[in-house]
Design a protein around this ligand. Structure first.
Ligand SMILES: [Mg+2]
Length: 185
């Protein structure tokens, strides 16, 4: 945990579609509820999901996946990425939009794959962490916009749902690291 007076710059790192590829898994789950569910690239708002199922169903499917987080592999460069942040002296907060009830499988997954971190924050609003942090790594244009408003650096992986958002987004975490190095060193 962060001690009072900890001077390490704090960086916030998302989990879903940042440290592992949630999107195809979630799409599979949602198609079982409604086979008409379009691909993740087209989920640009809550309304676009609610055309196909109640939002409660969406979150139920998501939670089922998060409860069995341990069976999914992280992105191949996730371990290196987090270790590199640690070596650069960052205080790493892993922040995911998921039920606090999924804490245990989430922690187990992080440990199983040696994903370095200092703290895990599970909630439905990670923007409470932005003041006092230096950067956010996330794929969500909503979160990246909030980071921009809070005056912190925002970057993450490039996907169909964020490619036109105007944020600095990259194909791999190694490239994200290079971007952070260029901006924060
Ligand atoms: Mg995400």
């Amino acid at each position: 945990m962060e001690e009072p007076g900890d001077r390490r710059p704090r960086i916030i790192v998302d989990i879903d579609n940042t440290l592992w590829h949630l999107a195809p898994e979630l799409w599979e789950g949602l198609k079982k509820v409604n086979p008409e569910m379009p691909p993740p690239a087209e989920w640009d708002s809550r309304r676009s999901i609610e055309r196909f199922m109640p939002i409660k169903e969406f979150f139920r499917v998501l939670k089922v996946i998060h409860m069995r987080q341990e069976i999914y592999p992280p992105f191949p460069d996730a371990e290196y990425f987090l270790r590199a942040l640690k070596e650069r002296g960052f205080y790493i907060v892993i922040a995911s939009h998921r039920s606090p009830e999924t804490y245990e499988p989430t922690v187990n997954w992080m440990q199983k794959h040696r994903l370095a971190h200092d703290e895990i924050h599970l909630s439905y609003d990670k923007s409470v962490l932005f003041p006092g942090s230096i950067a956010l790594v996330d794929d969500s244009p909503i979160n990246l916009s909030k980071a921009l408003e809070a005056g912190i650096l925002g970057t993450g992986l490039l996907f169909p749902w964020n490619e036109n958002s105007g944020f600095p987004l990259f194909k791999t975490l190694i490239e994200v690291l290079g971007y952070l190095d260029s901006k924060l060193s």
